[in-house]
Design a protein around this ligand. Structure first.
Ligand SMILES: [Zn+2]
Length: 140
């Protein structure tokens, strides 16, 4: 795997613009939803079993994160906390390269072994996160 910096070549997708727009659009949608007092998402798995699913605590973690309560966000759902940290870094990067019309960072030569490693890392992280949530099931 190698990271390269280069300018976009038409008709290449502008991932920075797309995902920054999706990120801010989602944040605005969620903020309006909560400001209007609309019902929070319910977890069918938790309703049936009484135990948290692998994504339980996402909403509470995100709310704590965006209020600056980072430790509380981490406690509600560690994987969501890590994802929001990564998303924040990506959003800052995307904003800078879009405004400055700077070269974009792309992954080159992503081997199948590296892809397999990333898949295993994601699955292990999901399982470890769910294990954490199950150990703290009384919070849900
Ligand atoms: Zn759930």
């Amino acid at each position: 795997m190698q990271l390269v910096r280069r300018h976009l070549v038409p008709p290449e997708l502008d991932h920075e613009l797309i995902w920054l727009t999706v990120s801010f659009g989602s944040l605005a949608f969620a903020a309006i939803w909560l400001a209007l007092g609309l019902p929070w998402p319910r977890c069918a798995f938790h309703d049936v079993t009484g135990l948290p699913c692998a994504t339980c605590g996402m909403t509470r973690s995100a709310i704590q994160f965006f209020h600056g309560n980072l430790f509380a966000a981490l406690r509600w759902n560690p994987l969501v906390f890590v994802a929001l940290c990564g998303l924040s870094i990506f959003d800052a990067y995307a904003f800078v390269v879009l405004v400055a019309r700077a070269p974009r960072v792309r992954i080159a030569r992503f081997s199948s072994a590296e892809k397999a490693f990333v898949r295993a890392l994601v699955l292990t992280s999901l399982a470890a996160n769910w294990g954490y949530l199950l150990l703290h099931w009384r919070s849900f």
